[in-house]
Design a protein around this ligand. Structure first.
Ligand code: SAM
Length: 225
């Protein structure tokens, strides 16, 4: 596996230096709340948000090296000091690297839908992976999600609505503010977009999706037969 690379302005770290769980407050000290964007693409939303909210600390995760480098160059050019960029596989980072409960908001916009059944496990929002995303959130934290892929959007809505720890709201449109590249493009085309906000409610009895453990147990039983 390629090493995980992190960039903060002109400084670069590798996973060995950042450790696990990653000590985010050491890498980017401050009092500001953390927001995470998974799959930031060319970084349009992430960098504009960092510029308009200097009091907030942002972590962006992107697997594609060319988009990571593009966003890194733009972050340096704009002299942003409140955004940490990670080039790596998000599921690996969620499982092995990032600490739990540190983020006030997790943004996931237009994630790859992986439409083939055998690829569903690569989805960020599958019953076996959804808890990895949600475990980043602090109590009361919000997951913000958008997709143009209607079938995937409907599945994500059902998945989140059946989670005992979440209150889910479908939004017809976002309030003002920066947009991702895909959102700008699809809005201009008039393509329907499913937008959701899911809040982690502190009083939930169980913060794990009931489908996740069942799916994993079923897979293990299947394999050991
Ligand atoms: C369809 S693009 C959307 C980009 C951006 N969010 C937007 O709305 O313009 C999906 C992005 O997620 C990234 N991505 C896909 N799977 C990923 C993963 N497992 N870990 C990190 N990034 C991923 C892709 O490289 C791509 O940049």
């Amino acid at each position: 596996m390629r090493p995980l690379i992190l960039a903060l302005g002109e400084r670069r770290f590798n996973l060995g230096e950042s450790g696990s769980p990653m000590d985010l407050d050491r890498l980017l000290p401050g009092q500001g709340a953390w927001e995470v964007e998974i799959g930031f693409g060319k970084g349009r939303y992430l960098l504009a948000s960092a510029a308009t909210h200097p009091e907030t600390r942002f972590l962006g995760i992107e697997v594609a090296p060319k988009y990571f480098r593009l966003a890194e160059r733009r972050a340096v050019r704009r002299r942003l000091t409140n955004v940490l960029l990670a080039q790596g596989e998000a599921l690996f980072m969620l499982c092995a690297v990032l600490p739990p409960g540190f983020a006030r908001v997790v943004h996931v916009y237009f994630p790859d839908p992986w439409p083939k059944d055998r690829h569903h496990k690569r989805r960020l929002f599958d019953r076996e992976t959804v808890d990895l995303v949600l475990r980043l959130l602090s109590p009361g934290g919000v997951l913000s999600f958008a997709t143009d892929f209607q079938e995937y959007g409907e599945e994500v809505t059902k998945l989140l609505e059946s989670h005992p720890g979440l209150e889910v709201e479908a939004l017809p449109e976002w309030p003002g503010g920066p947009r991702t590249n895909y959102e700008v493009k699809y809005e201009a085309e008039g393509r329907p977009i499913i937008r959701l906000e899911a809040r982690l409610v502190a009083a939930a009895e169980s913060l794990l999706h009931p489908g996740g453990a069942r799916a994993v147990t079923a897979a293990v039983v299947e394999e050991t037969r």
